[in-house]
Design a protein around this ligand. Structure first.
Ligand code: NAP
Length: 420
């Protein structure tokens, strides 16, 4: 991917607008701020991108992994890319430049330009808080089976509120059925929903991404369906009134309505498949969706003796705003170790998931010391730093070196983040 090229030829990094689900992961990951976006597209600035590849593994769709050999002075500008609805057709290089590129590729001679990893390129393995590979035993995920051009039609077979009716958090459990058509998924993967209608510019709305809340064999075992956990968005992160286009559309769906679905997406945030693997699951609010999927996978095979230990840290404002509170509390105590961090429960001190990780340091460290343990973090972006700090603190207290353990967890695909 990073072979040296002649001076005038650029291996231009492009994002496929037809596949991209605008999830912002690439922009957040890029260590040199080469990726930006407008209301239409996510794009890569050819003057900044150094081809370090840090953004490629985290992209859930693979839309980021497009490269074109271009004459540098003909590189597609950021402005041009903003206007694209699809990638332009590949242009042939002038013969001389193509010959030079081929010759340099063959000899490995570095002309010093192009997009070969620049001296200041950050190693992808160390620029991410989590792993860019799945656990070694994860099942093979299918991705991009259904696209913007050819979406799947699913039928709503259930839509229930899973938070207290008297609370502000209107969170729904939505079940979609795929009828006779295949839609293979794994716990930890996500799908895209195409909301109907157009945006302020008159363009069709982009897809919105939701994690599966059900395991691979369906919300109802043996049925061709899956579930999502969706919070109705009525305000933005700053608290100002805002109408979430897709979340309101989904929360208002009635039984037998149809929905356009794309995906599945995601090839790293996957659960281990080998016997006696332990899971530490850390989530806030609707970030509980993949944790529900993984827990349900384990619950369905509770009698096989194959399960390892499950430890859950779950943050919400109050018990009544914690999605799935009732069913969660009915799970046997010897099946899952549940730790609820409530931040606004009247009469109780404010607690976040990271506080509980500290309180349960001994048990967390015991699990961290087992190579069969994988850790999953999903929910608010803000908790990423707090959780990493707590994990560092508890490991160091137990006399281990967090920086070494952190690298091992990432390298072995045992620490995964999905935060927004
Ligand atoms: P929320 O209700 O706003 O917050 C949940 C809890 O997290 C609250 O107790 C909150 O405390 C606490 N919290 C706030 N900042 C924190 C921090 N820095 N560290 C630890 N805890 C913190 O959550 P939500 O609205 O459900 O949002 C969940 C997030 O998950 C969203 O960003 C969503 O996009 C994302 N997500 C959703 C899905 C899905 O499939 N639906 C999948 C993946 C991720 P306070 O009382 O201080 O607010």
């Amino acid at each position: 991917m990073n072979a040296p090229l002649p001076v005038e030829v650029l291996k231009q990094h492009l994002i496929d607008p037809e596949i991209c689900i605008r999830c912002n992961t690439c922009e957040e990951t890029c260590p040199v701020d080469a990726i930006t976006h407008d209301a239409n597209n996510y794009v890569v600035d050819p003057d900044i991108c150094n081809g370090c590849m840090a953004c490629v593994p985290p992209c859930p769709t693979g839309s980021i992994d497009n490269w074109r050999l271009m004459l540098r002075n003909e590189a597609y500008s950021v402005q041009e890319q903003f206007g694209w609805e699809e990638l332009p057709k590949e242009k042939a290089l002038p013969q001389e430049a193509a010959d030079d590129a081929a010759a340099d590729d063959a000899t490995g001679v570095d002309s010093g330009v192009a997009t070969g990893a620049a001296p200041n390129a950050v190693s992808p393995a160390f620029s991410l808080p989590g792993a860019s590979v799945p656990p070694w035993s994860a099942a093979h995920p299918y991705v991009n089976l259904y696209t913007h051009k050819a979406p799947m039609t699913a039928t709503v077979v259930g839509n229930y509120r899973v938070t207290g009716a008297d609370t502000e958090s209107d969170i729904h459990h939505i079940v979609l059925d795929f009828g006779e058509l295949p839609f293979p998924v794994l716990e930890g993967q996500s799908i895209g929903i195409l909301p109907p209608g157009v945006d302020a510019q008159g363009r069709p709305h982009h897809a919105r991404q939701y994690s599966l809340a059900s395991p691979r064999d369906g919300e109802r075992a043996g049925y061709n369906n899956l579930s999502l956990t969706v919070k109705r968005v009525t305000e933005d992160h700053g608290g100002a009134a805002a109408h979430g286009v897709c979340s309101n559309y989904l929360c208002d769906l009635a039984k037998n309505d149809t929905v356009q679905v794309i995906g599945p997406f995601g090839h790293t945030f996957l659960m281990p498949n080998h016997p006696r693997a332990n899971l530490i699951m850390i989530c806030t609010g609707t970030g509980s969706a993949p944790m529900r999927a993984m827990t349900e996978r384990y619950r369905r095979r509770i009698d096989t003796g194959d399960n390892g230990r499950l430890m859950l840290f779950f943050g919400a404002r109050t018990e009544r705003e914690l999605p799935y509170f009732g069913p969660l509390m009915k799970l046997p105590r010897d099946f899952i170790d549940i730790n609820l961090a409530l931040s606004r429960e009247p009469g109780q001190p404010k607690r976040y998931v990271q506080d509980l990780i500290r309180e349960r340091a001994a048990q967390v460290c015991e699990l961290l010391g087992d190579r069969n343990t994988c850790i999953y973090v999903c929910g608010l972006k803000g908790m990423e730093v707090g959780v990493l700090d707590a994990l560092r603190e508890v490991t160091m207290q137990s006399g281990q070196d967090w920086s070494i353990l952190h690298d091992v967890l990432r390298r072995e695909g045992r620490l995964h983040f999905e935060t927004y």
